[in-house]
Write a protein that binds this ligand. Structure first.
Ligand SMILES: [Zn+2]
Length: 466
């Protein structure tokens, strides 16, 4: 049996400042080493001040993952020397004097399987190393401390995953959950990183590090399962080790022997006092938490939105926010449909979403125009495209692009007559195969650029055929 556990690092990118100083938490877009101060580059004598918001947001993550939250929080120094770590220690958490990290013993359902969360801890991100140079020999390493001190939440799961597909589903759910909580933008480069550990058939545990994307993690896990199965089939024991993912060769390679906890010489961070989180604060945080994705989904289903559409809509914060503002009791299904069938395809990247000029009012107006038969559903798609690109009012778009519905019987009659002349074979086929009527309707839609009233079109065609 395959057992996979994960360690996921999520940056709290939506916070204003770093974990222990007032430098920007969102370090992206700065010149190298421009978003730093004596605290985050560890100058002697500088003292950390804990970011209250980071504690609150990390606690919200813990609560959303059904974790227990501690009465008291403690921080520890994890000592190791590496150029990306200016202080030579990382301030993190450790449950050595009891459960004092931000959350423990949580669970989350993934495809009806319960995945246990062992622990969640709040810590600082190290700086970033950038490797440059054209060959191995001339390679140089640059260090940028802009990221050093960014609030990071580490989520450690129990080894409850049985395959890489469950891992992918979990990471998608987690990424939507963080986005929905408005604590992080998981699509930013480096905002969410995951390492895995894997053992098969009760053998030793192998850790996989250095994985740059979720997609690569899936490939690395797949490779590792195959490698370990092949060793077992040849009676070769699997060594307990850390392996790195080699992105170029698409294989895992043996790395350093894994340090144990004792190698890091953890000790209590004396510059940060123990933090008490009282029940009043916890209750307030709970009350302030955004509605969960599952609760949104249930609510959408009560509006008669199909379960699958409700699921897609509720797990996308950008789209569900638009839906909430745009819909009312009578147009919910139409708006959910416009968003999931058309809008999601039009704005499928962060960049396109930022550029989009669409407001919730556009969606409400489009739904109205469909309902009052001013435009067809097909024309609504064209209008939606225009709304995203220009932000002009729906009424203006309909008249400028001449998207108005054709429901004039004599006009449609004329168009259909022409098509009957052009398509004598299809007309003949309808006698033996009624399905071919759809082809004729398609021709009418093509000719009218989707503006013909579908019901009226069908009625006229049927009349002519009988
Ligand atoms: Zn700083």
């Amino acid at each position: 049996m395959t057992k996979i556990g994960l360690e996921i690092h999520c940056q709290l990118t939506n916070l204003e400042s770093k974990l222990f100083c007032s430098c920007k938490a969102n370090y992206r877009g700065f010149e190298p080493n421009a978003n730093i101060c004596p605290v985050c580059i560890g100058l002697p004598g500088s003292l950390p001040r804990l970011n209250k918001k980071a504690v609150e947001k990390a606690t919200m993550i813990a609560m959303s993952l059904n974790c227990n939250t501690p009465d008291k929080l403690a921080f520890f120094r994890k000592n190791y020397f590496y150029p990306d770590l200016p202080k030579n220690f990382q301030i993190t958490q450790l449950n050595v004097y009891g459960e004092h990290s931000i959350g423990q013993n949580g669970t989350i359902l993934v495809d009806d399987k319960e995945i246990r969360i062992r622990r969640i801890q709040l810590e600082e991100d190290p700086g970033r190393l950038i490797y440059e140079g054209i060959s191995e020999k001339t390679q140089i390493t640059l260090v940028d401390y802009n990221r050093a001190g960014t609030p990071l939440v580490e989520i450690v799961t129990e080894p409850d995953f049985e395959n890489e597909r469950q891992v992918r589903l979990f990471l998608n759910i987690l990424s939507d959950l963080l986005d929905n909580l408005d604590v992080s933008n998981p699509s930013l480069e480096g905002a969410m990183r995951a390492d895995g550990n894997i053992s098969i058939e009760g053998g030793n545990k192998v850790e996989i590090k250095n994985v740059n994307s979720f997609h690569d993690l899936e490939k690395a896990l797949h490779f590792e399962i195959t490698r370990q199965e092949s060793l077992i089939s040849r009676d070769i024991p699997i060594e307990q080790e850390t392996r790195h993912w080699d992105d170029k060769r698409k294989i895992t390679v043996s790395a350093r022997i894994k340090e144990g906890e004792e190698d890091y010489r953890y000790f209590l961070e004396g510059d940060i006092p123990w933090i008490t989180i009282d029940s009043q604060t916890l209750n307030k945080l709970k009350a302030d938490m955004p509605e969960s994705i599952s609760s949104k989904k249930e609510r959408y289903i009560t509006k008669q939105i199909p379960a699958q559409v409700a699921e897609v809509l509720s797990s996308d914060k950008f789209c569900s926010d638009l839906f909430e503002l745009a819909h009312n009791e009578s147009n919910a299904i139409v708006i959910a449909n416009l968003i999931t069938t058309d809008l999601m395809g039009l704005v499928d990247t962060d960049e396109k979403r930022e550029k989009s000029k669409l407001t919730h009012q556009h969606l409400t107006d489009l739904a109205n125009s469909i309902e009052t038969k001013e435009i067809t559903r097909t024309s609504a798609k064209t209008a939606l495209q225009e709304c995203v690109a220009t932000g002009l009012p729906v009424s203006e778009i309909i008249s400028t692009l001449d998207l108005g519905h054709i429901s004039d019987e004599s006009e449609l009659n004329k168009i259909i007559d022409e098509i009957f002349i052009q398509e004598p074979n299809t007309v003949e086929q309808t006698k033996t195969n009624p399905e071919t009527i759809n082809y004729l309707i398609g021709k009418v839609m093509e000719k009218t650029k989707g503006k013909a009233d579908p019901t009226l079109t069908l009625n006229i065609i049927n009349k002519k055929l009988s």
